[in-house]
Design a protein around this ligand. Structure first.
Ligand SMILES: NC(=O)c1ccc[n+]([C@@H]2O[C@H](COP(=O)([O-])OP(=O)(O)OC[C@H]3O[C@@H](n4cnc5c(N)ncnc54)[C@H](O)[C@@H]3O)[C@@H](O)[C@H]2O)c1
Length: 385
């Protein structure tokens, strides 16, 4: 059966299952060529493990640390003549490969915000690995049902305080255009913090702790983003930025909670990469297209895998003293934020037009990376039958 990508705005509504599987295989093969990370984690829980940074974290844990891993995610499964969402196939492929490597690699598909999935995860940890010594929190969601009240919160990507207008890209038409966004109201800010802030991360850690499935010295890490000033109105100082501030506050509380196990909580500020979540943020696809061109020319470009390899190998493990920023965060966005990179990106951003997209940015590379998320454009896959 021939499957074509059907892209509408920032989503692709079709998935190529074989493409997803081959892509995961290729990524594991790439990681297997990198030095093994000694003294890494032994048993890892990844919440948000099927795509993007969470998938890359589970891959690095498996392929480079020889760690057992349990992944939690929320993906549309295959069924009744319908294909599943990409993460469904990614997770299946990763579990298959890791199991063949002699590791325990398991998945739970369901709503991580719910208490049912937390309980199911605890049961699985007890049954398969006993305890976990690393908990990665990598959820990106537009919605959360509060497990206590049943209330539904929806996150929005909006500026705070004033209207924001900027250049952006219409990715369907490859056109540069203007975007104008109204500021969020108080409820939208509150709801976004409820979904993407640290409340659910804390709930996870507290239930795992009470169930005694956290090992001594456990580390937990959640991912954040800051980015350049140009994107601050929509990111760092927008509704999502508020949620990330809440994550920072949660990190401090969790470190206190985990101190009794000799454990610690971290927030890692990662670089901008092409994922389903980042594709949905206004302005960011244009910024990443330009960033990709500039960083690739300087031989500095990193994707999720390179970032997560760096996190495990030189930040979380094998370090005498971890360098943190003045807010106590791990910084993996150092290359993205380098002054020479940012000044070139800003210069291009101010000049770029529809006519100069291909010359001044790597939009074709952005689009290819985006399609790869859905199993398309993967080398070695026959897309004609
Ligand atoms: N993409 C970037 O450029 C970037 C940069 C820095 C930090 N981050 C952060 O990294 C984290 C992960 O983002 P990503 O870009 O990898 O996103 P992604 O869209 O690729 O992955 C999101 C993951 O969350 C899971 N998920 C969503 N809702 C869920 C639910 N209710 N229950 C269980 N699982 C659920 C999905 O199944 C998937 O595994 C986010 O906190 C994001 O802010 C992303």
């Amino acid at each position: 059966m021939i499957i074509q990508p059907k892209v509408r705005g920032f989503v692709c509504t079709t998935t190529h299952p074989v493409g997803c599987e081959v892509s995961v295989k290729e990524q594991i093969a790439y990681l297997k060529n990198r030095p093994v990370i000694s003294d890494g984690p032994r048993n890892v829980l990844v919440i948000g493990a099927s795509t993007g940074y969470g998938l890359a974290s589970k891959m690095v844990a498996s392929a480079c640390c020889n760690a057992n891993s349990i992944g939690v995610f929320f993906e549309r499964p295959e069924g009744e003549g319908k294909f599943g969402s990409p993460g469904f196939y990614n997770a299946q492929a990763l579990d298959k490969i890791s199991t063949a490597l002699g590791l325990i690699s398991e998945s739970i598909n369901g709503d991580a915000f719910s208490d049912e999935i937390k309980t199911a995860t605890i049961d699985l940890i007890r049954k398969r690995v006993g305890q976990v010594d690393c908990v990665i929190y990598s959820l990106a969601s537009s919605k959360r049902v509060d497990p206590v009240t049943g209330e539904i919160y929806k996150s929005v990507l909006k500026p705070i305080g004033e209207r924001f207008s900027s250049k952006t890209i219409n990715t369907d038409k490859a056109k540069i255009c203007e975007i104008e966004l109204e500021p969020a109201d108080d409820k939208e800010i509150f709801d976004t913090v409820k979904v993407m802030g640290g409340e659910d991360w804390a709930r996870w850690i507290n239930v795992l702790l009470s169930a005694k499935v956290l090992a001594d010295g456990v580390k937990t890490i959640a991912y954040s983003y800051i980015g350049p000033e140009m994107t601050w109105p929509i990111y760092a100082k927008g509704t999502i930025g508020r949620a990330k501030e809440h994550l920072d506050e949660t990190r401090k509380q969790l470190s206190i909670v985990l101190a009794k196990l000799g454990g610690r909580a971290y927030v890692s500020v990662n670089k901008a990469v092409v994922t389903q979540a980042s594709a949905a943020i206004p302005v960011v696809p244009l910024y990443i297209s330009i960033l990709m061109k500039v960083m690739k020319e300087k031989n500095l470009w990193e994707g999720c895998l390179e970032q997560m390899y760096r996190l495990f190998s030189s930040k979380l493990y094998n370090v005498n003293e971890l360098q943190l920023d003045d807010q106590g965060r791990i910084r993996l966005d150092d290359l993205e934020m380098r002054a020479d990179v940012q000044s070139t990106v800003m210069d291009i951003f101010s000049k770029i037009t529809t006519e100069t997209i291909d010359e001044l940015s790597n939009f074709s590379g952005y689009r290819e990376e985006f399609l790869k998320l859905f199993g398309f454009c993967i080398d070695g896959v026959n897309y004609n039958s």
